[in-house]
Design a protein around this ligand. Structure first.
Ligand SMILES: Nc1ncnc2c1ncn2[C@@H]1O[C@H](COP(=O)(O)OP(=O)(O)OP(=O)(O)O)[C@@H](O)[C@H]1O
Length: 242
């Protein structure tokens, strides 16, 4: 397994995390770190456990083994409310956008019941949608809608942002703009986890990569290290054959 020198203390980490759905082990003994102020990519073949790991980190489901740690300390009763209060936010594969409301109103709706409001103008500038603030979300292009999904996840000023396939279905300029957005979020000091199947986009966007296969961590390191890792190459060749 490859490794790199940790560049910063982890904000969020897991230690020996396992998740069992009845008989099926979706995650086994997964120990990962999200270093502060970095973008970490999470990859793996279909069914590797990526969404399950995002669900555990965001408090949507409980791990059945191991610990989730915030700034190095194990968190008890980690759930959606606790994660949100701690500043962990996530986007969803299908954007939860209210198409009959304006872009600005969608960001404000994302802030309801949260004590961690960010400035909507600043958030929309970060995702390059400030010029569309008064437009109905339903009038946005596909690429703009994806960035609005990111803006909604950013609306509570998170310390950690978990992005589950924000680039799915995007091409060309839309992907470049999403990459610019993710880097702008990092420059503001937010720690990002990015799940995406588009290998070129992901490798060009992230600082580090974590690789899962069959619910187990098989590699982590820089994009260059991970792309040369024999276990990663075998995992992807195996998934192409099946
Ligand atoms: N709620 C659930 N109940 C039972 N099994 C589940 C549940 N959620 C996920 N699984 C199983 O856990 C394993 C990991 O699924 P997961 O969705 O985390 O993988 P993934 O890497 O995100 O896959 P994909 O790339 O296809 O989205 C799979 O075998 C899946 O069928």
């Amino acid at each position: 397994m490859t490794s790199t020198t940790t560049v910063a203390a982890p904000v969020l980490s897991t230690h020996g995390v396992g998740v069992r759905f009845q008989g099926l082990k979706a995650l086994t003994d997964v120990t990962i770190e999200l270093p502060a102020g970095t973008v970490t990519g999470l990859i793996g073949p279909n069914g590797a456990g990526k969404t399950t790991l995002v669900n555990v980190l965001s408090g949507m489901i409980a791990n059945t083994e191991g610990e989730v740690r915030l700034h190095g300390k194990a968190v008890a009763r980690w759930g959606l409310g606790r994660a949100a209060r701690a500043g962990v936010s996530r986007s969803f594969q299908a954007s939860r956008v209210f198409t009959e409301f304006s872009v600005w109103e969608n960001v404000r709706l994302g802030q309801m019941n949260s004590s961690r409001d960010g400035d909507p103008a600043e958030i929309l500038r970060t995702v390059d949608l400030l010029h569309r603030a008064r437009h109905l979300a339903g009038d946005l292009s596909f690429g703009e809608l994806r960035r609005l999904g990111v803006a909604i996840a950013l609306s509570t000023s998170p310390e950690v942002l978990l992005l589950d396939e924000p680039g799915a279905g995007l091409t060309g300029g839309d992907l470049t703009q999403l990459q610019t957005t993710i880097h702008a979020i990092r420059e503001q000091g937010t720690t990002v986890l990015l799940v995406d199947h588009n290998m070129r986009f992901l490798m060009n966007t992230v600082d580090r990569v974590i690789v899962l296969e069959g619910g187990c961590l098989i590699a982590q390191g820089s994009p260059a290290e991970v792309q040369q890792d024999p276990a990663v190459i075998a995992a992807y060749l195996g998934s192409e054959k099946s």
